[in-house]
Design a binder for this molecule. Sequence first.
Ligand SMILES: Cc1cc2nc3c(=O)[nH]c(=O)nc-3n(C[C@H](O)[C@H](O)[C@H](O)COP(=O)(O)OP(=O)(O)OC[C@H]3O[C@@H](n4cnc5c(N)ncnc54)[C@H](O)[C@@H]3O)c2cc1C
Length: 434
Amino acid sequence: MSELDKRSVVIIGAGPVGCALATLLRRQGLEVDVFEREEEAAGSGSGNSFNLTLTSRGLDCLPRPVRRRLYLQGSVLVKRIVHHRDGAISTQPYGTTDSHHLLSIPRRVLQAILRDHALRSGARIHYGRKCVAVDTARPAALLEGRDGATAWVQADLMVGCDGANSAVREAIYRTHPEDMWVTRDTIDHGYAEITMEYRDADPTGMHLWPRGDHFLQAQPNRDQTFTTSLFKPMERGAPRRQFSGLSSPEAVHAYCASEFPDVFDRMPEVGQELMSRTPSRLRIISCAPYHHGRTVLVGDAAHAVVPFFGQGINCSFEDAATLSGLLESARSGARYADGAVMENIVEKYSGTRVAAGHALAELSLRNLQELSAHVTSPSFHERRALERRLHEQYPELYTPLYQLVAFTSTPYDVAQQTHRRLSSALFFFSLTTL
Ligand SMILES: Cc1cc2nc3c(=O)[nH]c(=O)nc-3n(C[C@H](O)[C@H](O)[C@H](O)COP(=O)(O)OP(=O)(O)OC[C@H]3O[C@@H](n4cnc5c(N)ncnc54)[C@H](O)[C@@H]3O)c2cc1C
């Protein structure tokens, strides 16, 4: 690659978002080059093996053939199935119509489908190329190859789809700290995957064991397995990263036997698993704006949120569709290589997506309370039932927050504001009318 290597659109990172964006841009006929630090055989994406839940908000941003393949491989979940400590089971529908469901899909399957569509659409994916610096003035990225050699690649538009530890974001922040702010936070909770036998489980719901400040979650797969994760606060000041109170296999067994008695016998390996796997931290990374010059951040590079609303990748696909839509609508008469046109496009993109990303970060953190504790409380159920009745009677006046967030394209920030406004009205309504 020479110093003058010039491309049209360069995407850093061939994770799910980089591949989805590449496909959308290729559909407009743009030349797209994607540079990925991992080797092709290793696959790409964040490397975690958990399932991702997609909702219509994110799915509708993807081309129809991609959606079709995702539905063939994923599991449709229409409700939460709550396992109470006393063995009772209750269910909560995600919405009020058939389209109100989650599509749960293993991350590696999602990644493989999106990569395949990016390649089929004509995007070039270059593996083993790590972005180590960005010059937003050109814009150009410095890429390090397998042999350690580096070379610049220049583009009309440079897109960072390189995940929560984005090198593109860090390069902008390091070189232009006056133009971008970045905050990074971790929460007390961590998560770890464990193995739970499936045995005649209900395959149409997300199974949840909410227990105060911690919970177990199991997502059924098409092959009659569960993808199961424990979310729990971590031990502060421990020599190695571990869940609080779970420092030995015996402690893990005692904990699972008392907290999850109905499925304890389905987790024979749990003691050894939680001792050998270091729980992962959950991070929140926010920044603004999402661009500098003609360099722009999309997906987790722009906003890493905690996963308690299951919307991180849905929001990221919405980012990709927004950027792609702006490029398409500016197409007639405009030359992409015209820097001013491109700068205007990315400024507009950042203008709409920053508010959405920040609102989602707040909504996601707040939902931890709901998943850990509220879903077992009778008043929570009464409120949800009231919200559903209200929505059925006055759909134009009231839509529950979960539905607005997961199943509409109402911007996250607008959904959040609307919900705040209607919450107090709902309380008054419940006292006086129902
Ligand atoms: C536990 C957990 C559960 C989640 N569950 C859900 C869910 O149910 N629903 C949902 O919507 N979201 C969920 N999310 C969020 C979702 O995982 C992310 O939003 C999504 O993975 C973001 O994709 P991405 O392509 O932006 O980043 P990544 O998946 O991190 O991909 C980034 C890519 O860039 C590459 N890369 C990184 N640095 C460089 C570099 N310097 N040069 C070149 N390449 C580079 C990486 O190798 C990788 O391929 C969850 C997240 C977590 C942690």
